[in-house]
Design a protein around this ligand. Sequence first.
Ligand code: ADP
Length: 293
Amino acid sequence: MTAPTPFQTPMPLPAPSQLPTSRPIATTVRAPQPMEEPGKVLLDISGLNAYFGALHAVRNVTLGFREREVTAIIGPSGCGKSTLLRCLNRMHETVPLARVTGRIEFHGQDLYAPEVNPIEVRRHIGMVFQRPTPFPTLSIRDNVSAGLRTVSRGRRPPKAEVERIVEQALRAAALWDEVKDRLDTSAVGISGGQQQRLCIARALATSPSVLLLDEPTASLDPLSTQKIEELVYALRTKVTVIIVTHNMQQAARVSDRTAFMLDGELVEVAPTDKLFTTPSDPRTEAYVTGRFG
Ligand code: ADP
């Protein structure tokens, strides 16, 4: 008998009552938080390289992501942040001529092993993109439930179960109260910020254990940005979040740890308050103090 793979053990979504209340959004680096016991490393990258044809976009990165933490990846445009993120749920390989070498373990299992199905990977390691990407012809309800077929091996779960999951995911994405009376209306009839939270709800509906956010507020106004940041903070107790951002204040506000990349390399990773106040590497210091970027 083969041991169950991590791809068969989805983590349940946090019940809304278990979510911490949002804390005020700071405008500066937040004070060090009292640390809980560090979670175990859930996603472990070692010696990772990613290429687009001859272009070597990610260079020999070794980095672990722990349970119940938000990790921010920062660095100047073009340094490989998004490419690194897209290696984590096997999206990188969908680009023609793209290639990955090195190793990524998820719950101790090789994510790139031949028997691993990338579609299964993406339901355990969900992703939200820069611009909201709701399915424009589907209702709000159907957008949230769109990924459930992959969970049930192509069959749709019973209607009552779908209803329960849709409500739970929308609550976890802090959108339920705003859309509960219009679940059957078009997903593109809501604001950009609401669409982005809808995309987060869609990703949460398959009970992922990791959520990848690729500059999720890049196209949003300040109020919608604040809502997403509060949401990221609230989700961190149950889902491991990895967020790419070009906004250093955002990284300081929402993350527990920050990784700084430059020219495809990981320069430094540290607790967020340390990286922004007493970085170890002079290149990190130059970047966080605004001397380039
Ligand atoms: P960042 O997220 O830090 O802005 P990216 O990961 O998007 O950086 O890009 C890293 C490098 O890979 C850049 O040189 C970029 O031009 C290149 N790149 C990104 N996407 C593609 C693609 N689809 N095809 C070819 N090159 C790409």
